[in-house]
Design a protein around this ligand. Structure first.
Ligand SMILES: [Zn+2]
Length: 91
């Protein structure tokens, strides 16, 4: 993908990487991250030409999988928590 141009609005820099299938330069990639951090992700997505996240439907089976992964993660976290509690109580 060398020679691609950054797809950020009005940017003509050469793209350094791709973000969600969009060519993007390094400075706009960090700009993108900054905007996400301050809750301006939708605005950032528009600037790079991505559809708003709200229109992206997660299929039910994928949503279920995400829930399972989260629950699994929670179980691991609480198991870890229990172990560290025991260490604290029983030195
Ligand atoms: Zn750019």
């Amino acid at each position: 993908m060398s020679g691609d141009r950054c797809e950020w609005k009005r940017c003509r820099a050469e793209a350094d990487m791709s973000y969600l299938g969009r060519a993007i330069c390094k400075s706009h990639f960090s700009r993108m991250c900054e905007m996400q951090d301050v809750g301006r992700e939708e605005e950032a997505r528009k600037l790079i030409g991505l559809p708003p996240r709200t229109t992206t439907q997660i299929p039910p089976e994928v949503g279920r999988l995400i829930d399972e992964l989260r629950m699994d993660q929670d179980r691991k976290n609480s198991a870890h928590q229990a172990r560290s509690d025991r260490v604290v109580q029983d030195p």
